[in-house]
Design a protein around this ligand. Structure first.
Ligand code: BV8
Ligand code: ZN
Length: 263
């Protein structure tokens, strides 16, 4: 009941209008934020951090300064998020986006998320603006870290010394290994940003899902689409900074609205 009620809560006219726009699009672009992974059980940054991390704000942990000040604490936060991610599955929203490509042809999927749920749901052209949780590289010499971030020895060290686990050291220069995500204050990967910006300049419909549209430069993308004459369909259960400019606002959860767009 709840599921049908929620999708029905959104005016069916809007869903039909959005579905028609997507079906008629020749160069669609999809952009996602943490909200699309919420129904898989991955907390968004907006949700209060749970458990161990309740006393930290992500903006205070996801920075190079935080890592330099307390590498163990930041490393353990990412290790916890990797463990959590291994335990969850893509949800109906991720799967609907993979099916959308079969329906309207392949399209670029720009995500702010560092999880791999779009890939695991079958989406092909995923552009990670903020890096990927399972990647690791050296904080100093940037050499990619060859072994899996949490190797067996790493796991032993974590369990042996409880909460004292420190990041592994770079085999080349001895500095700490860090997660390959973009922290606040860091530049986005140039190629990913260039690809996302070009796709926004040429797309005719942007489907923008589960983002509070507060983090830049990712939050510039819908404006680039609108300035270039494209249209924006937003999917979010809450109001966001994008509401006033979106062509259509579908007020609901990704896991319910996205499958309804394919009906
Ligand atoms: C840079 C990886 C430039 C790490 C992340 C002052 C004003 C403006 C900008 C700035 C400023 N001060 C600093 C800046 C720049 C800063 C920024 O924008 N800060 C913000 C906080 C104001 N940006 C940066 O630092 C970027 N780099 O600008 O460099 C530069 C220039 C010169 C020299 C050097 C550098 C880098 C930003 C990248 C940060 N890394 N992630 C990690 O994951 O650990 S950002 C991280 O937070 C996420 O990737 C996401 O993008 C962002 C927001 O998190 P959430 O809010 O949780 O997610 P989201 O926004 O997607 O919101 C959740 C939404 O889902 C909500 O709306 C909710 O309603 C909805 N939802 C919930 N459930 C559902 C749902 N939707 C659908 N279905 C549901 N079921
Ligand atoms: Zn190194």
């Amino acid at each position: 009941r709840g599921q049908i009620a929620d999708a029905a809560k959104v005016k069916t006219g809007d869903i039909r209008k959005a579905a028609k726009m997507l079906a008629a699009s020749r160069r669609a672009l999809v952009m996602t934020g943490a909200g699309i992974s919420a129904e898989s059980g991955i907390p968004t940054f907006r949700d209060a951090q749970s458990g161990l991390w309740a006393k930290y704000r992500p903006e205070d942990l996801a920075t190079p300064e935080a890592f330099q000040r307390n590498p163990g604490l930041v490393w353990r936060w990412y290790q916890q998020r990797r463990r959590d991610l291994r335990r969850v599955q893509p949800n109906a929203g991720h799967k609907a986006l993979a099916r959308l490509a079969e329906r309207i042809g392949s399209y670029p999927l720009v995500t702010q998320n560092v999880d791999d749920l779009h890939e695991r749901a079958g989406s092909e052209r995923v552009i990670h603006l903020h890096g990927e949780l399972f990647g690791t590289h050296c904080f100093e010499c940037l050499a990619p870290c060859s072994e899996e971030a949490d190797t067996a020895e790493e796991k032993d060290r974590a369990t042996a010394t409880g909460s004292e686990a420190m990041p592994p050291r770079c085999v080349h220069c001895g500095a700490f290994i860090r997660p390959s995500v973009v922290w606040f204050g860091e530049m986005l990967p140039a190629a990913a940003w260039a690809e996302a910006e070009a796709a926004a300049q040429r797309c005719d419909v942007l489907l923008c899902i589960g983002t509070s549209s507060l983090v830049y430069p990712a939050a510039h993308l819908p404006g680039i689409v609108l300035e270039a004459g494209g249209q924006v369909v937003q999917v979010n259960p809450e109001p966001t900074a994008l509401d006033t400019r979106a062509t259509i606002n579908l007020r609901g959860k990704a896991g319910e609205i996205l499958p309804a767009l394919l009906d």
